[in-house]
Write a protein that binds this ligand. Structure first.
Ligand code: ZN
Length: 347
C-alpha cells in the first residue's frame, strides 16, 4: 500500500488569538481559546452569535483557570447578551468540564448526544471510588508492573474532578439533526472512536465544520480501549467515521477544530489519519509473529519508551489496535497463569 504524503493543509487565518479574546472567523462565528490546566494548552470554544444571545460549543475544564477565562469573556465580550445554549461535542473533561457551570449560570439547556451525556454521568459517579476488580484485571492483563498498578490506583476516579456538576437533564443531539443558530442551519454529524457518540456541527451555508476532536490538524486523537469495555473495537469505529467524513465533507470546508488552528484540507487529513493507523496495524501484525504483551508494542507504535502518566493512554491505544486485529481474525489472544494477555498472529 502506498501511503499518502503528509498532508499540506491551508491555514487561512494566520494569527493566533489571545486566550479569552474571541476572534471572528466568519460572520457570527468566533473562536475563543480557553486555557487548560493540563494536556493541550488550550481548547477552542466556538461562539455562535444569535440575535438575542450566544451559543457556546465546548467549554474547557472544570478548573479555575478555565472558569476565570469565561468570566472575562462574559464581562468583556458578551456584555448584556446572555448565553442561550451550550453544546458539548463529547464527554472529555476539556470539553464538558464547565458545561454544568455555564448552564446553571444562565439557566439554559445542555445539548449533547445521548451516549456522551450518559457516559459522562456514569464516569463522574465513579469519582473517588476504589478501583474495581474489573479495572485491576484489565491493567494486569495489559502487563502493568506492581508499581504501575499502584500509580493507577492513585489516579483512578479522577475523571470527575475536572467536571463541574452536570445538569440532571439534557437536550439530545442526533445524527442529522438540524439546528438553527443565528439564522443559519447547523447539521449534527456524529463520529465515533475517540469517544462513543461525538457530535460535530456542519454549516453548509457558511462552509464551516466544527470538528471537536474528531478531526484535528496536528495531533492524532487518542483511540483507546478502556476497562469498562475490554472487548471494544473503537479503532474500527474511528476508521469508519474517517471514511464517512472523507466522503461527506466538501473539499474546501473550513474545519474549526477543538485544538490547533482552523484549516482547509479535511479530506487529505482524514486520508492521512486512516493510512497512519493502517500502517501501525501492519507493523503490529508483523510484531505478533512471536507472542507479545501490550508494553512490547510501545516502541513499534509510538517510536519511543512510554513512562509515567502516558502509560494509560498508550496501553489503551495499543489495545485498540490489538482488538481491531482480533476482531479481524488476524490475531489471537491468550492469557498466561499470571493473568497477563499475550497476542500472536492467527496464521
Ligand atoms: Zn477528546
Amino acid at each position: 500500500m502506498t501511503r499518502p504524503e503528509r498532508p499540506k493543509m491551508q491555514y487561512p487565518i494566520s494569527h493566533e488569538p489571545e486566550l479569552a479574546r474571541p476572534d471572528k472567523v466568519a460572520e457570527g462565528v468566533y473562536r475563543c481559546r480557553i486555557p487548560l490546566e493540563f494536556g493541550p494548552p488550550y481548547i477552542n470554544s466556538w461562539l455562535l452569535e444569535e440575535e438575542d444571545g450566544w451559543t457556546v460549543v465546548d467549554t474547557g475544564m472544570g478548573t479555575r483557570i478555565s472558569s476565570d477565562a469565561w468570566r472575562d469573556v462574559f464581562k468583556n465580550f458578551f456584555g448584556d447578551k446572555p448565553v442561550n445554549r451550550v453544546i458539548v461535542t463529547h464527554m472529555h473533561p476539556d470539553h464538558i468540564g464547565l458545561a454544568g457551570w455555564i448552564c446553571r449560570k444562565w439557566d439554559i439547556p445542555l445539548h449533547m448526544s445521548q451516549v456522551e451525556y450518559l457516559t459522562a454521568r456514569t464516569l463522574v459517579a465513579d469519582t473517588h471510588h476504589d478501583v474495581p476488580d474489573e479495572a485491576l484485571n484489565f491493567i494486569r492483563a495489559a502487563a502493568y508492573t506492581e508499581e504501575q498498578m499502584d500509580s493507577y490506583r492513585a489516579i483512578f476516579g479522577k475523571f470527575g474532578s475536572f467536571i463541574r456538576a452536570l445538569p440532571h437533564a439534557f437536550t439530545r443531539l442526533r445524527d442529522g439533526d438540524r439546528l438553527t443558530i443565528g439564522g443559519v442551519e447547523w447539521i449534527v454529524v456524529i463520529g465515533r472512536g475517540h469517544s462513543p457518540e461525538h457530535a460535530c456541527l456542519h454549516c453548509p451555508e457558511k462552509n464551516l465544520f466544527i470538528s471537536g476532536d474528531q478531526i484535528l490538524p496536528e495531533i492524532s486523537s487518542n483511540i483507546s480501549v478502556w476497562p469498562t469495555e475490554p472487548e471494544a473495537n473503537p479503532l474500527e469505529d474511528w476508521l469508519e467515521s474517517c471514511e464517512m467524513l472523507k466522503n461527506y465533507l466538501p473539499e474546501n470546508v473550513l474545519v474549526l477544530p477543538a485544538h490547533g488552528n482552523p484549516f482547509i484540507g479535511a479530506r487529505e487529513r482524514l486520508a492521512y489519519m486512516i493510512s497512519d493507523h493502517q500502517e501501525n496495524l501492519e507493523k503490529l501484525l508483523e510484531l505478533c509473529r512471536t507472542p507479545v504483551r501490550v508494553p512490547d508494542c510501545f516502541t513499534t507504535l509510538f517510536k519511543r519508551e512510554i513512562t509515567g502518566g502516558k502509560l494509560n493512554l498508550a496501553a489503551g491505544e495499543t489495545l485498540a489496535h490489538l482488538n481491531f486485529l482480533i476482531h479481524q481474525g488476524q490475531v489471537i489472544r491468550e492469557t498466561d497463569d499470571k493473568g497477563v494477555n499475550l497476542y500472536r498472529r492467527a496464521d
